[in-house]
Design a protein. Structure first.
Length: 324
């Protein structure tokens, strides 16, 4: 049996490919390399192609004995999704229809799916629980929620079982220093902060200092990418054993403000990292912190790495990476 990892050359995908291989699984990767990097995956069966292409999916399902798909391939920039919803619906939602359709045709029964905290929108309660209301405030979150709902109906109709993993703020890099976060353009806080000590930017902008938080800056729940990869493996095992669909939040359960993240990065890098205060970035909720108790209880998942480990590992990767 093999696992098909779609989007396996991307950030979280590449860490998951490595972990699945280390745990002895045969991995097949499909990636269109629109945002992924071929150098991030060391795999025998690599297909360059798009999940909206039913022919390549059919070819993969015919050539390999796939019982589970891990689906990362999606556009994921909140801001861009606001100005270009067409691409987001086309890539994410249409891509999922094609994929699920081919899974039905080829009798592939399990899917582990990358979802997001963006499905909740502006939360009413902190920490956020899986059963809290889902009101996305941008097309990115809407497309992920639509994909979750689609999988639920495909379970009812065709018996395809899914685990949707709602990530909070993925960050950090593998300790090998060989794989890490390489977005272009980069919009995420931690890699942007690290561009200052790397000499790629002069300062970091703080988007908003008037939020209702202790220091006025936004609070987020940062989770190490290898802890996320581990959750995908546990979800894969859960589907094989329990054969039921489910949805889980994945976060550390602890929030850090933008200022706390910058201070931790100063400590890790030994660089003063100048910061400037700017206005709010549209669409940013003040606080997003997960309750991951359900994943802990049902999947046996417990994140191992905290903010300082996350920033140290990202720093180790960015100092040494020669890919970009
Ligand atoms: N921020 C800054 N300066 C920057 C970049 C970011 O102050 O230069 C702030 C943001 O305003 C936000 C925090 O840092 O308050 C974190 O921002 P990121 O862009 O790193 O992450 P987000 O919280 O916006 O995004 C994350 C996930 C998305 C998910 C979203 C849900 O990366 O996939 O949470 O709101 F959709």
């Amino acid at each position: 049996m093999s696992v098909l990892i779609i989007g396996g050359a991307g950030y979280i995908g590449s860490h998951t490919v490595k972990l699945f291989q280390e745990r002895g699984l045969d991995v097949v990767v499909l990636d269109n390399l629109s945002t992924g990097h071929r150098e991030l995956v060391d795999v025998e069966h690599f297909y360059e192609g798009d999940c909206r292409d039913s022919e390549i999916l059919s070819q993969i399902f015919t050539n390999h004995n796939i019982d589970t798909v891990v689906h990362f391939a999606a556009l994921s920039l909140v801001g861009v999704s606001m100005t270009n919803p067409y691409d987001y619906y086309h890539n994410n939602v249409y891509g999922a229809i094609i994929l699920l359709g081919e899974m039905v045709k080829h009798n592939v029964k399990n899917i582990v799916f990358s979802s997001t905290a963006a499905v909740y929108g502006e939360p009413n309660n902190i920490p956020i629980m899986e059963e809290d209301p889902t009101f996305p405030t941008n097309p990115y979150g809407e497309t992920k929620l639509a994909m979750e709902k689609m999988m639920s109906w495909f379970d009812t109709a065709y018996g395809i079982k899914y685990v949707a993993l709602r990530y909070f703020n993925a960050a950090g890099a593998d300790s090998s220093g060989k794989i890490g976060e390489l977005h272009q353009p980069e919009t995420h806080l931690i890699p942007l902060i690290l561009q200052v000590p790397l000499g790629k930017r002069d300062q970091i902008s703080i988007f908003g200092t008037d939020y209702p938080t202790d220091d006025g800056t936004c609070v987020r729940d940062y989770i190490h990418v290898n802890d996320l990869a581990d959750a995908h493996f546990l979800a894969f095992q859960y589907l094989a054993k329990d054969k039921t669909s489910n949805t889980f939040n994945l976060g550390n359960g602890k929030g850090f403000s933008v200022l706390e993240v910058i201070d931790t990065a100063r400590k890790v890098t030994g660089h003063p990292i100048p910061a400037t205060e700017e206005g709010r970035r549209p669409g940013d909720p003040a606080v997003l912190v997960a309750s991951s108790q359900k994943a802990e209880k049902i999947l046996g998942w417990k994140p191992k790495l905290q903010l300082e480990d996350i920033i140290s590992s990202a720093w180790n990767f960015h100092k040494n990476n020669k890919i970009l």
